[in-house]
Design a protein around this ligand. Structure first.
Ligand SMILES: [Zn+2]
Length: 66
């Protein structure tokens, strides 16, 4: 499972969380329990090679690579 880095927008807490199915809607800040968090993409290496690709959207392991 990919390990993502998150940062809390409320208190600034940085933490890591396993994302079971690229669903970060259930991830909360461990410090203040806020759901107002942002995923840091630095922890995940994505395949770059599509010029004009949209950063942050082509990284989900959806299994749709052809
Ligand atoms: Zn927080």
């Amino acid at each position: 499972m990919p390990l993502f880095e998150y940062i809390c927008r409320d208190c600034g807490q940085e933490f890591e969380e396993m994302a079971p199915s690229s669903d970060d809607s259930k991830v909360r800040c461990p410090a203040c329990q806020s759901e107002n968090i942002q995923r840091q993409m630095s922890a995940v290496r994505c395949q770059s090679g599509s010029p004009g690709g949209q950063p942050g959207t082509g990284c989900a392991p959806a299994g749709g690579f052809s």
